[in-house]
Design a binder for this molecule. Structure first.
Ligand code: ATP
Length: 213
């Protein structure tokens, strides 16, 4: 589904990733771990085309065949099926749950919304609530649900379980496992064992390089 080949990333002159190669297949959950500053967030941003300059190849599987997307703009990557949730979630906190979902609506919005609400039933009971008035875990569910409104084929999630009550972590984990069963590819930066223990593969990032665990 997604393949990185010798991917390096730079913030101006500062290099943050050094020749990272990895693959994530459809129906696979890959969890990325590493110390603070190892480059985990940078890796997701580089795949999405955000903030960093990259060198190396990012290949993505379209129904029509594999394409090199490393020069594509972020919108084109999103349209092609890459879904990203940043660590800070980037919700519109003054808008309600329903409004946050509809901001992201594109083709097949109704079906995507129904699916997202089935995965996160608690959101159904909060549709009229401003995001600012929800717990961190509920906001994280909304951020993932909003990304699902675009019908992604691969999800790139930055610490979806961090700072969240264990019972909500379990809900998020179960939703991600359901998406995996449906064939989505998942690349998730996460230290939480409730999720990491269910990974198909764990990857360790050390100073901008992948080390096998
Ligand atoms: P954390 O767990 O703290 O989020 P991380 O593994 O996600 O860590 P990154 O945030 O990807 O690490 O940072 C990797 C390196 O890139 C660090 O040395 C960091 O200082 C640097 N870096 C991150 N963002 C920027 C930026 N906007 N400008 C310059 N350097 C940055």
């Amino acid at each position: 589904m997604l393949e990185l080949d010798q991917l390096s990333a730079f913030y101006g002159p500062a290099q943050a990733l050094f020749g990272v190669s990895l693959r994530v297949a459809a129906g696979e959950l890959v969890v990325l771990q590493g110390l603070n500053g190892a480059g985990k967030s940078t890796l997701l941003k580089a795949i999405m085309g955000l903030e960093v300059r990259t060198e190396g190849a990012i290949r993505y599987q379209l129904p029509s065949g594999a394409v090199a997307i490393e020069r594509w703009e972020i919108h084109r990557r999103a349209q092609a099926g890459l879904g990203y949730v940043a660590e800070d979630r980037r919700l519109f906190t003054e808008l309600t749950v329903r409004e946050n979902l509809h901001v992201a609506a594109g083709r097949d919005a109704k079906a995507h919304e129904a699916r997202a609400l089935d995965l996160f039933p608690v959101l159904k009971t909060l549709l009229s609530r401003p995001a600012a008035q929800m717990s961190g875990g509920q906001q994280q569910m909304l951020a993932i649900a909003r990304t699902l409104m675009t019908g992604p084929k691969i999800l790139l999630l930055d610490e979806p379980c961090e700072g969240i009550a264990p019972v909500l972590v379990e809900s998020i984990r179960d939703a991600l496992l359901a998406l995996r069963r449906e064939g989505l590819a998942l690349l998730v930066v996460e230290q939480n064992r409730l999720l990491a223990s269910r990974a198909d593969r764990l990857l360790w990032l050390v100073a901008g390089k992948v080390r096998d665990s």
